[in-house]
Write a protein that binds this ligand. Structure first.
Ligand SMILES: Cc1cc2nc3c(=O)[nH]c(=O)nc-3n(C[C@H](O)[C@H](O)[C@H](O)COP(=O)(O)OP(=O)(O)OC[C@H]3O[C@@H](n4cnc5c(N)ncnc54)[C@H](O)[C@@H]3O)c2cc1C
Length: 474
């Protein structure tokens, strides 16, 4: 990159916050996906004004800018495929205001979800977040519209965003939404920026709705000898008008993985459902009893339930630690983020799980199925040796077939992680008719195509590309 540009960037953010050494750039060349590409520089602004100045400079010199929060996205979201400047927003980490009486909090984009929740907890409030809530930044959560194990009852990040400050691709600073729960002011731009993956602007302030913490929780673990029975049980619980705060499915591979990594002592059966209900203390035991009866009627061989907060936290720890746990299952294999967060209508969960298993057997690769099955959001993690060409070839075929099943069942290729690069070929298949409109919006808002270019609707290649792994053998 032109030294004159680096010098201008340094003068905006200060030389300590403008990184250009190979070691510094390397750490920003990857997120939590399979992709990698080196940026030319990394800047760490402290204010919307500084962000605006960087974006104006990018327009003047036509270099890409890629916003980045915790860098935990799973599809290459912040990987700079064309080089350019990463704008690391983690220094903008102030919780500016908490107004529980007005049901909102205001924060900068670099606030980590767990940190906001720790502050809200003191007031008896919270917001739901992704499983990665210990690293995900609020700005990144909005930009990916992330959601997690509580989405079934509590919704996704988008449902909480009531106001945003955004630096547009031109450098102009705008405000969308308000500090009110209701807002009928025309185009709902605060929602429009949710899920834009850094392609339409840089979020510099978020006003999020907050909700009261539930009074009590209880959890049930239902054990099944048949994966399909577990899938059917999910539909049966929802059809009975019980909306649990969490309804998670773990297949055998996943159970073995968390037992090995975390020593949880779960029965190593075909499938386990982890079901959590919450609400007023007076109704909790009745609710969990109903859930447990449905599990038994659906074929569970055993159902254990607990309202011990410590045990519940331990069980969720197993579920939250699933991705790292899977990577430890087989020393030669790693968890590769490919077909990893599709959603199907809840009633189609049993069929989807069954078909994924058949695809896994057909291609002789391990496809671990787990997920937030209560909202139809399934995760399959492919376990493979990413240094072997043949493993990639098998995985590619399997992933293609998995997504065909998802679309056949009326699902979406991404329920929570987003599109970026890895999911783009399949997203284009799913939303073919909308892609030209998305491109037109992008061209209108970002005429110089500087904001996180070549992602989402603009990714044109396949997904086995810009790999962080070296393919060394057949
Ligand atoms: C172990 C693990 C578990 C996960 N579990 C879940 C889960 O349960 N649910 C889920 O939804 N996701 C999950 N994820 C994915 C990821 O953590 C989420 O998508 C998260 O919201 C990303 O936040 P981040 O701050 O890390 O964003 P980043 O990875 O830094 O960025 C993500 C995208 O948002 C853009 N962006 C970031 N900040 C801004 C900003 N201020 N303005 C504009 N654009 C911005 C970036 O350009 C990029 O396109 C998981 C990831 C890991 C590694």
């Amino acid at each position: 990159m032109d030294p004159e540009i680096i010098s201008k960037l340094s003068s905006i953010v200060g030389s300590d916050n403008c990184k250009t050494t190979t070691a510094e750039l390397y750490t920003y060349s990857m997120d939590a996906s399979i992709h990698k590409s080196m940026p030319d520089a990394v800047v760490r602004p402290r204010s919307a004004q500084e962000v605006s100045e960087i974006v104006k400079l990018a327009n003047e010199h036509k270099f890409p800018v890629i916003p980045r929060g915790g860098g935990s996205a799973l599809c290459g979201h912040s990987v700079p495929v064309d080089g350019g400047v990463i704008i690391d927003l983690q220094r903008m980490d102030t919780i500016k205001d908490i107004r529980v009486e007005d049901l909102y909090a205001v924060c900068e984009p670099g606030v980590v979800c767990d940190d906001l929740n720790a502050a809200l907890k003191k007031e008896g409030f919270w917001i739901p977040g992704p499983s990665s809530s210990n690293v995900a930044n609020i700005g990144g959560m909005v930009a990916t519209n992330s959601s997690g194990d509580k989405a079934l009852k509590y919704g996704a990040t988008r449902d909480y965003v009531i106001g945003l400050e955004v630096v547009l691709p031109t450098g102009e600073i705008v405000h969308a939404g308000s500090r009110t729960i209701k807002n009928s002011g025309g185009y709902q731009f605060e929602k429009f920026f949710c899920g834009m993956e850094g392609t339409l602007g840089i979020i510099t302030e978020i006003i999020t709705r907050v909700i009261p913490l539930p009074e009590k929780k209880a959890a049930a673990i239902a054990v099944f000898n048949e994966l399909e029975h577990a899938g059917q049980c999910v539909s049966n619980i929802i059809a009975a008008r019980l909306i649990p705060s969490g309804l998670e499915l773990m297949s055998n591979v996943c159970i073995r993985a968390v037992n090995k990594a975390l020593d949880l002592g779960l029965p190593e059966v075909e499938a386990i459902l982890l079901i959590e209900v919450d609400g007023e203390a007076a109704v909790i035991s009745d609710k969990i009893k109903k859930v447990s009866d449905i599990c038994k009627e659906s074929g569970a061989i055993s159902v254990e339930f607990t309202d011990d907060e410590k045990r519940i936290a331990e069980l969720w720890k197993g579920r939250k630690g699933m991705i790292p746990a899977l990577s430890k299952l087989n020393e030669d294999y790693v968890t590769v983020m490919l077909a990893d967060d599709m959603s199907v209508p809840v009633s189609k969960v049993p069929m989807a799980v069954k078909e994924f298993q058949m695809i896994s057997d057909k291609y002789e690769i391990i496809v671990a199925s787990y997920g937030h099955a209560g909202d139809g959001n399934l995760h399959t993690k492919v376990l493979m040796d990413p240094t072997r060409k043949s493993h990639w070839e098998q995985a590619e075929k399997a992933v293609n077939e998995i997504y065909d099943v998802v679309l056949k069942l009326g699902g979406t290729v991404t329920g929570e992680h987003g599109v970026a690069i890895t999911k783009a070929p399949f997203f284009h298949k799913e939303r073919a008719a909308l892609i030209p409109t998305m491109k037109a919006i992008k061209r209108a808002m970002d005429p110089n195509n500087i904001m996180n270019p070549h992602k989402l609707m603009d990714w044109e290649g396949g997904f086995i590309t810009h790999l962080r792994y070296k393919i060394e053998r057949e």
